[in-house]
Design a protein around this ligand. Structure first.
Ligand code: BDR
Ligand code: CA
Length: 323
């Protein structure tokens, strides 16, 4: 099977880590590189967390590059109340030993896209800062971007403010550049990611399985589920970021609506809100830039994540790593 080449622009981040695992395990995707954004924590921390995840997955061959230290315009405002001081609190992991790329994130993206014989999909699971810098700096490469899959926003709800979701709220200008680029986009916002929930009583499905990857997932879920219970009274852990990956590998699990989308950057009360037109005839407008997922088959989604851990566990064994 021909694999879709992807670059993952992320801010790990518990759910980013799970998204990376889902992407690395998929036989439909080839992960060319990982770029780290400032978001859940500072970029020094998210970049280090990305390398830790690649090391657990025995994929130290994949380059990791560090992006900008702050959003295009906003000051950086990190989220320790959800992801802890390290950005990925919970699992106890050694310091990563694989090197970080010398190129900055946007330059790595450009090189990987240029070198790829096939168009590349970008998966963005943090603020869109690096992706926007890449798009603005390398306009001649837009034609080689197949699509951009983004975890961000929400049609009907926000989490950082009443109207704005964290990733888009962190860097609204960057998200707007992505959405108005004309490159096809897929949006996985809070409407669907809050439905992609792993309930607390299901965490045992990971904990009871042998192997480092299952235990890592269980540790992530314990911490992330804990902060979501405390901060937001959630009955489990929302798998925000893996929606943007599994939407590419298993679109049949999602229900989508086509629409034009952008981001509000002017009004102080709604800055960072994802804007769209969900009226029935709106999908026919020439300004339609992509689709937004509004529903997901939660049980099948959970099975995909369990299968991903199984695959990485097997790959680790095949490479001679301890289970
Ligand atoms: C998004 O914000 C971060 O906390 C998560 O990693 C996810 O990307 C959810 O609003
Ligand atoms: Ca994220």
């Amino acid at each position: 099977m021909k694999k879709l080449p992807v670059i993952i622009d992320c801010d790990p981040g518990h759910d980013d880590a799970i998204a990376l695992i889902a992407a690395l395990a998929s036989e439909k995707l080839e992960v060319l590189g990982v770029t780290a954004a400032a978001g859940n924590q500072t970029v020094d921390k998210t970049e280090k967390n990305a390398r830790k995840v690649l090391e657990i997955c025995a994929r130290t061959d994949i380059p990791v590059a560090k992006g900008r230290g702050k959003p295009l315009w906003n000051p950086l405002s990190v989220a320790p109340e959800i992801h802890g001081d390290s950005g990925m609190d919970g699992p106890v992991l050694p310091e990563p030993s694989m090197p970080v790329c010398r190129e900055p994130a946007a330059a790595l993206m450009a090189r990987l896209v240029e070198e790829s014989p096939e168009p590349v999909a970008l998966i963005v699971t943090g603020p869109c800062t690096n992706t926007a810098v890449f798009l603005l700096s390398y306009p001649h490469l837009w034609k080689k971007i197949a699509k951009i899959s983004v975890m961000g926003g929400g049609a009907f709800e926000g989490n950082r403010t009443a109207l704005a979701e964290f990733n888009i709220w962190t860097d609204p200008e960057a998200a707007r550049i992505v959405l108005e680029s004309g490159i096809p986009v897929e949006i996985y916002g809070l409407d669907v990611t809050h439905k992609a929930l792993i309930y607390r009583e299901e965490f045992a499905l990971f904990r009871e399985r042998e192997g480092m990857v299952f235990q890592f997932l269980a540790d992530l879920l314990d911490f992330f589920g804990g902060t979501y219970l405390e901060a937001r009274k959630f009955p489990g852990a929302p798998m925000h970021d893996s929606c943007a990956v599994i939407g590419l590998t298993n679109p049949e699990l999602f229900t989508y609506v086509e629409t034009d989308m952008s981001v509000e950057t002017e009004s102080p009360r709604s800055r960072g809100a994802l804007t769209m037109d969900l009226r029935p005839a709106a999908g026919k407008k020439p300004s339609v830039c992509g689709k937004i997922a509004l529903d997901v088959d939660r049980e099948k989604f959970l099975q995909v994540l369990l299968g991903a851990c199984e695959t990485i566990t097997r790959q680790r064994r095949e490479k001679g790593y301890a289970s």
